[in-house]
Structures are given as C-alpha cells and as structure tokens.
Design a protein around this ligand. Structure first.
Ligand code: GLU
Length: 493
C-alpha cells in the first residue's frame, strides 16, 4: 500500500479496550502526543478491539474520557474520524481479509488445518523436552488437493505467515538501539484465526502501514512482538515505521506497577483529586528527562522540549510521594479562579456534592483563598472545608481537648462577644479585635483561638481562623459557639 503521509510525523496510541486507562498507557499516549505536537505531526487514536472476549464499550469510553481529561487530543480517531478510518479494528475486517488474501496469493502465508488437539500435543511434547514450542510448519507444503479434502471435511483453518528459519530480525529501536531476534525461535505465527479475526501482530502491522504511521512508540512489553510485525510488513513489501519502546514502570518495590501498589488508572488519580497538569508532568518524567534536574514543566514546555533522544531505557519507578508533591505544587500555583473551576468539576463526585453556594452556604470561590496553600489534592478541599457545609462533626481528639480545657468556656464567651459586635464583620476586623482581646487577657493568640477553632469546625486543623469566621458568617459562628457552650465542660457545671 502507498504511504501517502511520509511528509510529517504520524504517531498513534493504540489501546486495547479491556480496562481502565492505566498510567503506563497514559504515558505512552502522552509521549506519542508530545512527539506529534512538537513536530507539527498527527496523533492518531486507534482502538484495538480484536480481543472480543475482553474488549468492552465501557472501556473505550473510559479510555477516551481519560485522554480527553488529560488534554491529549487526537487528530484522527474515534468520535472525530479521519482519512484513514475507521479507527476501531473490528470495523477494519475487510482490510485485514484483503491483506491476508494477498499474502496467501503471494505464497507468503498459508492455511494451516492443524487441529487444536494436534497443536496441544505438540506443545506438551515440547514442554516435556524442556524446549520452547515452535510450530513445525507441517501445513506449509499442503498441496491443493489435500487442502480441498480438508475443506470438504469441514476442517477449520487459520492463516500463518511463512517466516524465515535462519538469520535474525533486527529491531532498530530509538530507545534500546539494535535488538536482535533469532528467526528460528519465531515459528510461523498465526495472522488470522479460524474465526476470521486477525491476531494482534497482524492487525497492528497492517494498520501501522495503512495509517502511514512513521513512529511506533509503545511499552517495552511489546518489544518481542516487533520482529513479528516487521516480518508481516516485509511480507507485504512495506517499509516499517521507526520504533521506540518505552521502559517499564515499576512500583517502589521494583515489581511492575500494578493495582496492589495503589492507584494505577488515570480515572483513580482523577477521582482522588489529582490535576491533569501534575499527572502529565509526572508521567512525562517517567522515562524522559530534559536535563536530569528540572522537574516542573507546563504542557507547552513539554511540547517544546520533548524528544525521543532523551528517553532512557532503564525502568522507571513510580514515586507517589513525588507525584503528590507535584500535584500540590500545581494547585498552589494555579490562578484562584482556575482552581475554583477545577473544584466545581471535582466536587460533584464527593460528599460535598451540591452544597457549595446553596442557601446561606459559601461558594467554592469564597473558600479557595483560605485553603489553596494547604491543598495537595482537590480531595483535601473536602476534608478542610466540609464543616462550612455540613453539621460540625467533632474529631474525638478535638472534642477531648475542648472539653478538658477549663478555660475554654471563658475564652469562647470572649470570642462570642467579639463575633457578635465587631464591625464590619470582616476577617481583618475580627483579627484586630481578637488580637487585642488576647493581649488584654494576657493569653497567647493560639491558645485563645484553639477552642474557637474546635467549636466552629470540630477539627484541630482548619484554614485561618479569622477568614474562617468571616466566611462562616456572624450568625452561624455564634450559633456553633453557643452550641458548644451548652456542653458539659470538665470542672464546670
Ligand atoms: N493494543 C496494544 C495494547 O494495548 C498496543 C499495541 C501497540 O501499541 O502496538 O497493549
């Protein structure tokens, strides 16, 4: 097939829709996207749904949502189409059949009628001998008459590629350099199953050619598949794209990153209050570095600086502590109005859903200045501000502290007096009056404020108390303090 798009970089992200978008997949998508955007190229999204048992529509939606949320937009692919569509492999069956027929006609491939039992037997024999199983090519030389008999008998067949039995296939990888695979270990692998569904290696090779892909960037786990794909392309008389296999992602225990390490999907990170800038920045550094030092890169900077030359070949360790730090850093540096928007988007899936801005309750934007410095995740907002929206729930420790503080009732009464009378009711005026009262009483400000903090929030740690009282409002603050004053304090009746 003609490669019509030689002029520009064309890359693809080709997920199998069998589950969530894993951070490993997201990194692959990101690197492809960055290469396309940095070169003015084209980023293609292709859904590899030939595993009929494991592929689901829901997984496609999750992958698409995850990519959109990360801001990794595609130029061709599902939902938008493009000149090389369709972009779901199960809708490309006609092309695979045509290519398979071509290979059969050229005698580059052949039909194999071996039954599952025959193959199983050969497999166990190899196992017993402790040898790797390699298909022995027994159907390679079937003559037309035998085939006709087999077909009449109703025997099922698969299509296999005729592969070389000597020499090596060398993958010239942009990350790993030249990696050589012995052809004898490959065997004539299956291109099309008896059901007519193409295998992964066949469909990928056909599509990468048909879609004019110039660079295949994907995880290391696919490196052993690459010689097979090169063989398919060679059999079709096509020039292969360039390959870049990205290093594995490990957990801190150096085992491949998996669910048991904690969050692994983009969706989970999103649900737990991570922002896209932090996740993209962090994922960019899992295998790529600019100068080995700089850690914070905006998407624009990544697009400007990214190159495959600086992708390393050693496995990258997924460091949650660093990601969390990075997330906090992005949240702190956000424009408050932007942060308020992110929170608007985030809160509906939390227990604060529908509460901000309701009757007598603060808006998200009122609270952002109080908490922005303290947030490591958007979810921290919920923990820090829930008491503005929900009835006070006392932390056990906080309640103990409050009720065992003999001076608390007196301090709370002074605070209540200030809250009731201060004019205007602003954080500055509350602060001035409370500082003065503390001085007059010769009590440290922190000591004065602690019972107030616990009374209005139920917590030991809150946003700044003056701002909190101001946002909470005069009446609500007083109501909460009065409520606490009605409780039984130790040493008081
Ligand atoms: N569909 C494959 C996967 O999700 C990726 C194939 C490829 O990038 O070549 O692992």
């Amino acid at each position: 097939m003609e490669r019509t798009d030689k002029a520009g970089v064309r890359v693809r992200f080709a997920p199998s829709p069998t589950g969530h978008l894993h951070v490993g997949g997201a990194r692959t998508a990101l690197y492809n996207w960055l290469l396309a955007r940095s070169q003015g190229g084209t980023f293609v999204l292709r859904i590899e749904d030939t595993d009929l048992e494991r592929s689901t529509e829901q997984a496609i939606d999750q992958i698409v949502d995850g990519l959109q949320w990360l801001g990794l937009d595609w130029d061709e692919g599902p939902r938008i189409g493009g000149p090389h569509g369709p972009y779901r492999q199960m809708e490309r069956a006609g092309l695979y059949a045509e290519k398979a027929d071509g290979l059969l006609a050229d005698r580059k491939a052949y039909r194999c009628y071996c039954s599952a039992e025959d193959l199983d037997a050969a497999r166990s024999q190899a196992r017993e001998k402790g040898e790797p199983y390699i298909y022995d090519g027994r159907c390679q030389r079937l003559d037309g008459d035998t085939e006709a008999v087999f077909r009449e008998e109703g025997r099922q067949s698969v299509i296999r590629l005729r592969t070389p039995t000597t020499g090596n296939t060398v993958v010239k990888d942009l990350v790993h350099g030249e990696v050589s695979f012995e052809n004898v270990l490959c065997g004539d692998f299956i291109l099309v199953r008896s059901s007519g569904v193409p295998t992964y290696n066949f469909a990928v090779a056909v599509d990468d050619i048909a879609m004019g892909i110039t660079h295949v960037i994907r995880g290391d786990d696919h490196l052993p598949n690459t010689p097979k794909q090169l063989m398919v392309m060679a059999a079709m008389g096509e020039e292969p794209p360039q390959y870049a296999h990205l290093p594995l992602i490990l957990g801190t225990d150096r085992a491949p990153l998996s669910k048991r390490h904690g969050d692994v999907s983009v969706e989970e990170f999103r649900e737990h209050g991570y922002v896209r800038e932090a996740l993209c920045n962090y994922l960019a550094l899992l295998g790529w570095s600019f100068d080995g030092e700089t850690t914070l890169f905006s998407m624009e900077e990544l697009v400007e600086k990214f190159s495959l030359e600086r992708v390393g070949s050693t496995a990258a360790v997924f460091d949650r502590v660093k990601l969390l730090w990075m997330n906090g850093s992005y949240i702190r540096d956000m424009e408050p109005i932007e942060l308020a928007e992110r929170l608007e988007e985030f809160l509906p899936s939390t227990r604060l859903a529908g509460l901000p801005g309701g009757e007598g309750r603060p808006e998200i934007a009122d609270l952002v200045p109080l908490v922005q410095e303290k947030l490591k995740t958007l979810a921290d907002f919920v923990e820090l501000t829930d008491f503005f929206f929900l009835p006070v729930e006392f932390e056990e420790k906080a309640l103990d502290k409050l009720l065992s503080n003999g001076e608390a009732p007196a301090l709370l009464r002074v605070a209540a007096g200030i809250i009731a009378e201060v004019e205007p009711y602003s954080s500055e005026a509350i602060e001035a009056a409370m500082r003065k009262a503390a001085e007059d009483m010769q009590v440290k400000l922190g000591k004065f404020l602690q019972p107030v903090r616990i009374a209005v929030s139920g917590k030991m740690v809150t946003p700044g108390m003056f701002e909190t009282l101001s946002v909470l409002g005069r009446e609500e603050s007083l109501r909460r303090i009065e409520h606490v004053l009605s409780k039984q304090f130790k040493g008081h009746s």
